[in-house]
Design a protein around this ligand. Structure first.
Ligand code: NAD
Ligand code: ZN
Ligand code: ZN
Length: 361
């Protein structure tokens, strides 16, 4: 089968034939219908996101179960599934306190991009391939841990469901679960990409009074408006901190979300929050960089700085889409064949799409 393999940093990904093992115990074989293109995949190529190369990219996908391994009772061939890039084990400390997004097994998978026992189902000749989040959705098929496959209703649209796997869960979940935005709030969103647009629509669903999108790309600001932003700030022309203060009676916003992954914009998001307000960091920056916080101001201003990983837990996203409250159709502004994956990454760098989606025939 074909897969998008990253061999070297800062080089085009190559779509090549790879060998996929049969599913083992507690694993399922999924034929992918669609895979979203997330900035985190691009971050593997640019070296920001550590992954042993060569490896197969992609962690936002949905498809149909083709076969199940031993001991799998939750799924059967023919079931539609969306894939989760955190595999919850169900029994570790975090799973038991209801924080499955922080699952210890899921964390181990994402540290090594292998199955929990360190093995991989993908090979090329004698070479074992890493598999992003043990999913590797930029491939025609994937063998994944059964707990990474979430069963969907029979009539679920698979191309839309793919997006739930990262961008939508991360963005909307950060609003509902991490920040718990209250109605009437003033919200700033730094970065109106695939994730940021979902923060924007999540804030709209949560009843925010003002949703202020901050981006350097005017096209992204147009997308932001159509996803519910009430105001927009072009950060290449204006100082977002100053504008955000002006738009919130000089106090600062109640919530600021950073969905870019840059030290400077995290610091700006923090600075734009009012006393007692909340700054949520979603963007994944370099592990070499740190932000600095003024120690005198920390207690006095009583601001909260929260990281958000995979948006917390599942807030019934498909149901929100069906109720006409969650925009998924509008999120996909272009689809690509797997062979066009490098074009999809180039378009992401250029900021062409709300979200790009790879579709499999
Ligand atoms: N925390 C999580 O669970 C999680 C999950 C998925 C993605 N991420 C991370 O979220 C970030 C966003 O991902 P995405 O797929 O939406 O990426 P994207 O490339 O689609 O969007 C990034 C946006 O930031 C804008 N931008 C870039 N530099 C800017 C600047 N200086 N000021 C203002 N705007 C700027 C771009 O124009 C673009 O609209 C990435 O860092 C990604 O790795 C985190
Ligand atoms: Zn992602
Ligand atoms: Zn767990």
């Amino acid at each position: 089968m074909k897969a998008a393999v990253c061999y070297e940093k800062n080089q085009p990904v190559r779509v090549e034939t790879v060998e996929l093992d049969a599913p083992r115990r507690h694993e399922v074989l999924v034929r992918l219908a669609a895979s979203g293109v997330c900035h985190t995949d691009l971050s593997v190529i640019t070296g920001l996101m550590p992954m042993k190369l060569p490896g197969v990219l992609g962690h936002e996908g949905a498809g149909i179960v083709e076969a199940v391994g031993e001991g799998v009772w939750q799924l059967a061939p023919g079931d539609k599934v969306a894939l989760s890039w955190v595999t919850p084990c169900g029994s570790c400390f975090y799973c038991r306190i209801g924080k499955a997004n922080l699952c210890e097994v899921g964390e181990k998978i994402n540290a090594h991009h292998r199955m929990p026992d360190g093995s991989t189902r993908l090979h090329q000749g004698d070479v074992d391939l890493s598999v992003f989040s043990a999913l590797g959705t930029m491939a025609e098929m994937a063998v994944v841990p059964v707990n990474a496959a979430v069963k969907l209703p029979e009539d679920a649209p698979l191309d839309k469901a793919a997006l739930l796997g990262c961008a939508v869960m991360t963005g909307v979940g950060a609003v509902f679960n991490t920040a718990q935005v209250t109605p009437g709030s003033r919200v700033a969103v730094f970065g109106a990409g695939g994730v940021g647009l979902n923060v924007i629509q999540g804030a709209a669903i949560a009843g925010a009074e003002r949703i202020i999108a901050v981006d350097t790309n005017p096209r992204k600001l147009d997308f932001a408006s159509s996803f519910g932003a009430t105001h927009r700030v072009d950060a290449s022309r204006e100082d977002p901190v100053q504008v955000l203060k002006e738009l919130s009676d000089g106090r600062g916003v109640d919530y600021a979300f950073e969905a870019i992954g840059r030290k400077e914009s995290i610091e700006k998001a923090w600075a734009s929050v009012r006393r007692g307000g909340t700054c949520v960091v979603i963007g994944i920056g370099s592990y070499r960089e740190s932000v600095s916080l003024n120690v005198f101001a920390l207690p006095i201003q009583e601001k909260r700085l929260l990281g958000s990983w995979y948006g917390g837990a599942n807030p019934r996203l498909l149901a929100l889409y069906r109720a006409g409250k969650l925009k998924l159709d509008e999120l996909v502004t272009r689809t690509y064949a797997l062979e066009e994956v490098n074009q999809a990454f180039a378009d992401m760098t250029e900021g062409v799409n709300a979200r790009g989606l790879i579709r499999f025939p």
